[in-house]
Design a protein around this ligand. Structure first.
Ligand code: G3P
Ligand code: MG
Length: 252
């Protein structure tokens, strides 16, 4: 049986990487911008520094989203804080630091914002990242109104998260179309749902998952009509970069 989220307790609209297109992705600035547009849930990517600090970063390396280079997992957290994770986006965000999961937990919980933590391990450290992020989430969200939803493409990370903090809800991220063995995989990982790639999501996949009692989140949906269609099919939530046209301020 899945660890179900029988009634999706989270908002239906989730800002991707914070408001990660209009502000530098996976930073406190992107969370604040998304919150300013009315978003009450953020998706963001988390991995470990060399000294085991959970930080927000999408890629294995810092090259694309900072003035540094190389793998973030080769740097301590103190070393990572010396780089600029905002100027690559635009001058107004120059000096934006890499955030720790501690900082993002403090900001989101204090402001009533829910979290979808995507466990995004540096290649080769899947189990350790799953375990550490789950333990931290368990501790940091202990008194929050809702726990964060943990998700990952890595089944190794999800299994380690399940073993470390079994009570936290988990979702399997699927890059391609719903695989034939989806039910076995979700059961093995004790996931409450699947987070699907919009490019490969059809009505039948959504209905199969929903009928089996699983939650369905679709990413990354930036078209209003498509968002409306997915929600009508029964998806629980969509993850978006489009914080203007798809906004909790004007229900779609
Ligand atoms: O969690 C949904 C989405 O963020 C997964 O893809 O590459 O944007 O992290 P990516
Ligand atoms: Mg992500």
């Amino acid at each position: 049986m899945p660890t179900t989220c029988p009634n999706w307790p989270y908002p239906r609209l989730i800002a991707h990487r914070g408001a990660g297109r209009q502000a530098p992705e996976n930073t406190l600035a992107s969370m604040r911008l998304g919150a300013g547009h009315g978003f009450l849930m953020m998706e963001y990517d988390v991995k470990l520094s060399r000294d085991g600090v959970a930080v927000l970063l999408h890629d294995d390396t810092m090259d694309r989203t900072s003035n540094g280079s190389g793998r973030a997992s080769d740097q301590t957290f103190a070393e990572l804080t010396r780089f600029d994770f905002g100027a690559w986006h635009s001058p107004s965000y120059a000096g934006e630091p890499i955030p720790s999961l501690h900082a993002i937990a403090a900001y989101t919980i204090a402001n009533g914002i829910h979290s979808n933590i995507e466990i995004k391990p540096t290649t080769g450290s899947e189990a350790e990242t799953g375990r550490q992020v789950a333990l931290l989430a368990q501790a940091l969200w202990r008194d929050a109104s809702l726990p964060p939803l943990l998700s990952s493409f890595s089944e190794t990370a999800l299994l380690a998260a399940q073993q470390a903090a079994p009570e936290l809800p988990r979702a399997l991220l699927l890059e391609k179309a719903l695989p034939a063995d989806w039910q076995e995989r979700l059961q093995r990982l004790q996931c409450c749902g699947a987070n699907l790639n919009d490019k490969h999501t059809d009505r039948s996949s959504v209905e199969q998952l929903r009928n089996a009692g699983y939650t369905v989140v679709v990413w990354t949906v930036n078209d209003v009509d498509r968002a409306r269609e997915l929600l009508e099919w029964g998806c629980d939530a969509i993850v978006t970069d489009e914080i203007e046209a798809i906004s909790p301020r004007h229900p779609i």
